[in-house]
Design a protein around this ligand. Structure first.
Ligand SMILES: [Zn+2]
Length: 200
């Protein structure tokens, strides 16, 4: 006799394919779905099926969108001369939440990771260069993560863009709000000192 019913096992298996979800979390999620009224499973299933049929990539900035161009690229009030280059659509959403940035974006859909077989051709670098070459861009902000692959990607982008007539900037990195300086690691502290700004 099988301890876990096959249908439950199948859901656990599928959920644990997602990043950040191990077998334990997948089991907890699957059991929660099972315990809740049937409506939750139906809504979840419908939302999952809807994903690929209603969402596509914006042909300009390559973010996930239900329209082409996306709401940002199609908004005449946005400042199209500045492009912020991010790794994923989730990064775009995080920057949008600040409400500070009013320019356009470019989503790479990944970072350089030679060990995983991800080179410049696998992320949207060529597409970024084509946008810059179209001549309407004056500033490119590189907003990749301060991780080893993020930094490698930033270096690649700087190299690819260096001969273009655009201002190239990088997000400042430093001490998180509310953090005591003595607890910051030396790399964060070094970057914060390098990226210090005028108080006036
Ligand atoms: Zn777009």
């Amino acid at each position: 006799m099988q301890v876990i019913p096959p249908a439950l096992e199948k859901l656990i298996e599928q959920l644990s394919r997602l990043p950040g979800i191990g077998k334990k979390t997948a089991t907890r999620l699957a059991l929660t779905i099972l315990r809740k009224p049937r409506g939750l499973a139906q809504d979840l299933g419908a939302a999952l099926l809807d994903l690929h049929s209603s969402i596509q990539l914006c042909s300009c900035c390559f973010t996930f969108s239900d329209s082409d161009p996306c709401a940002i690229c199609g908004d005449p009030k946005r400042e199209g001369k500045t492009i912020c280059v991010v790794e994923q659509s989730g990064d775009l959403m995080a920057i949008e939440k600040t409400g500070i940035f009013r320019g356009h974006y470019h989503v790479l859909h990944g970072v350089l990771s030679p060990l995983d077989g991800i080179g410049p051709e696998e992320i949207k670098v060529r597409e970024l260069l084509a946008r810059i070459k179209s001549g309407t861009i004056s500033e490119v902000i590189i907003a990749t993560s301060s991780t080893v692959p993020g930094e490698a990607t930033a270096t690649l982008l700087a190299d690819v863009i260096k001969n273009e007539n655009v201002l190239l900037t990088r997000l400042a990195c430093g001490i998180p709000m509310g953090m005591d300086i003595k607890y910051a690691d030396k790399y964060t502290l070094a970057r914060a000192i390098e990226a210090r700004s005028d108080v006036n």
